[in-house]
Design a protein around this ligand. Structure first.
Ligand SMILES: Nc1nc2c(c(=O)[nH]1)N[C@H]1C(S)=C(S)[C@@H](COP(=O)(O)O)O[C@H]1N2
Ligand SMILES: [Mo]
Length: 314
């Protein structure tokens, strides 16, 4: 679970955080309060024991719905590398080493490069994006992510004209990730997007939430967030981004091709073979609500799929 303010902080926790603060010139806790005053709609005022992030850009993408509580967002997780349970992921992932960390950009690009996570975080101004998130299992949340659009990084890598898809890979380290010692999924976890989906302005790389760095259980130090697709597309703890000509075989497609398609767009009209997708429960609420087409982002993304049969391309 996230540390409480009055928890004792051990030396091993202090050192990387202090180093990180200096190197990144992140704001001190008091400055985070100043940012919250400058952008009163931001949620960075309250500390949750992670490192404050400086929001450098006012975002055009902020749902007006109230965010899920931090406690729920950081306490109810899907992260099969640690557990197939949801409430034990936080404890099981607390010692994941998120520094040093590199992300390799490779495949059909002219500028392949291995990025250190701290230089990657500095490459584009950080924004807060408040997105609805809908898990394929029927629950949803509203999360204030911190990150930047993925398109800038992809364009910087200069994709070849042959590149049609982007494949993302999570860290593979069974010594640190006990779930990887069991064959619940094909490891490492792999996800993918069509190149135009990856370049869509709603698609972000996220390094934080609630104004601070990501808790490990939410995919530290870097994850994908694709708000119009089921949660499993938003792959956590990424180490590799590869541009390909062929559609990537994702871990979920491999596990259950009839249940988990490549597109995985939120669609209340296309049921999962074992349950309806028409409704969802917002975590923290009692009554179910209707699930929205493309999770409510149809206005922005429906044109990506014009002419496609969304029952076949689920
Ligand atoms: N590497 C990896 N990424 C993952 C998962 C996972 O098991 N492993 N679970 C996915 C699923 S099913 C969901 S719903 C979201 C949950 O994200 P959250 O815990 O931040 O809410 O992460 C997605 N990303
Ligand atoms: Mo999910």
């Amino acid at each position: 679970m996230p540390q409480d303010e009055d928890d004792e902080i051990t030396a091993s926790e202090i050192t990387p955080k202090e180093v990180y603060l200096n190197r990144r010139e992140f704001m001190a806790a008091s400055a985070a309060a100043a940012a919250a005053a400058a952008f009163p709609e931001l949620s960075g005022a309250e500390s949750h024991g992670n490192t404050p992030l400086k929001i450098e850009k006012r975002s055009d993408y902020a749902e007006k719905e109230p965010p899920t509580t931090y406690k729920d967002a950081a306490g109810y997780n899907n992260f099969y590398e640690f557990s197939t349970g949801k409430e034990d992921v936080a404890a099981l992932s607390k010692d994941l080493r998120v520094r040093p960390w590199t992300v390799s950009l490779e495949g059909l690009i002219k500028k392949p490069k291995v990025y250190d996570i701290d230089s990657l975080i500095k490459m584009f101004p950080l924004e807060e994006r408040i997105y609805r998130m809908r898990c394929v299992e029927g629950w949803s949340m509203v999360i204030p992510w911190v990150g930047f659009a993925l398109d800038g990084l992809i364009k910087l890598s200069e994709p070849d004209s042959k590149a049609k898809f982007v494949e993302f890979t999570t860290l593979h380290d069974p010594a640190q990730m006990p779930g990887q010692r069991r064959e619940v999924l094909q490891w490492p976890y792999v996800e993918g997007l069509r190149l135009d989906e990856a370049l869509h302005p709603l698609t972000i790389l996220s390094m934080g939430m609630y104004g601070e760095t990501l808790p490990n259980q939410n995919g530290a130090p870097l994850r994908l967030v694709v708000p119009w697709k089921y949660g499993f597309k938003s792959i956590k703890s990424i180490v590799k981004i590869r541009l390909t000509e062929q559609m990537p075989i994702t871990s979920w497609m491999q596990a259950g091709p009839s249940e988990y398609g490549f597109y995985a767009n939120v669609n209340p009209e296309v049921d999962h073979p074992r349950w309806s997708q028409a409704r969802e429960r917002r975590v923290g609420e009692f009554m179910k609500r209707k699930t929205l087409m493309f999770n409510g982002y149809a206005g922005q993304v429906a044109s990506l799929y014009s002419g496609m049969d969304l029952r076949k391309n689920f």
